[in-house]
Write a protein that binds this ligand. Structure first.
Ligand SMILES: C[S@@+](CC[C@H](N)C(=O)[O-])C[C@H]1O[C@@H](n2cnc3c(N)ncnc32)[C@H](O)[C@@H]1O
Length: 221
């Protein structure tokens, strides 16, 4: 059984093709990760694949209907899912690494995306356990936010990253939640821009100390 099952509801399932072909998702798909994509249009009780409607009270744009989302959840789970159901919305709690770590503990999650004007508020209120924003700006749809969350969660799965590469990253416990120190690679000098001497010294104690200092200095900005 997969360590994590993610169910994403969207109007554009094919948007996720890119994500599933890239590392780290591609590497754990079918083993540590089960990713299921559902299109609201496939289970809508409305005619001609309709999923949204005009807002009551007037105004521009279309709103994702509560009956459509309820029917989609019913079709997949036979009722209300037992797992957390997350609405991706700019009005939600802002995603950060501690929230990613918390969600990564769950065996299964449902992610709901919307488009245009967003969700009928009753979806968020009655069908969801969480509302999450990926940042204080507005995107055109929930597909990119869903992919952001999927990618962040997948990085926490065993085998998703090369050994050690998920440690000492920005926001990790190893760096006390701070930012990562700077990295450099060859050439050691380019246009007069030199790599810090300590990194070329071979003295691992000094390198470790320098990195800690750099991380601390960046994190207090
Ligand atoms: C154009 S937005 C709707 C914005 C909404 N009318 C508002 O002003 O808050 C359409 C959809 O994109 C997704 N979305 C846009 N920005 C997002 C963000 N920062 N975080 C999470 N989801 C977002 C949500 O699923 C949202 O319902």
């Amino acid at each position: 059984m997969a360590a994590l099952r993610l169910d994403v509801f969207t109007q554009i399932p094919h948007a996720f093709a890119w994500l599933t072909e890239q590392q780290p998702v591609a590497g754990v798909l079918g083993t540590e990760l089960e990713l299921r994509l559902f299109n609201y249009r496939d289970t809508t009780p409305l005619r001609a694949g309709q999923v949204d409607d005009e807002p009551y009270g007037g105004g521009p744009g279309m709103v994702l209907r509560v009956d459509v989302v309820a029917a989609a959840l019913e079709a997949v789970y036979g009722g209300r899912p037992e797992q957390r159901v997350i609405a991706l919305t700019p009005q939600g709690v802002q995603l950060d690494q501690p929230l990613v770590e918390e969600l990564a503990e769950e065996p299964a999650l449902t992610l709901l995306s919307s488009r245009f004007e967003g969700f009928d508020e009753r979806i968020v209120e009655h069908l969801c356990t969480d509302a999450i924003s990926i940042g204080p700006y507005v995107l055109s749809g929930g597909e990119l936010p869903a992919m952001v969350l999927v990618d962040a969660l997948v990085r926490r799965l065993p085998g998703a990253l090369a050994a050690g590469s998920g440690e000492h990253e920005s926001f990790s416990v190893e760096l006390d939640g701070g930012l990562e120190y700077p990295h450099y690679t060859r050439p050691a000098e380019f246009h007069g821009w030199e790599v810090p001497e300590v990194l070329l010294s071979g003295n691992h104690g000094h390198i470790e100390e320098w990195r800690r200092e750099q991380s601390r200095a960046r994190s207090v900005r």
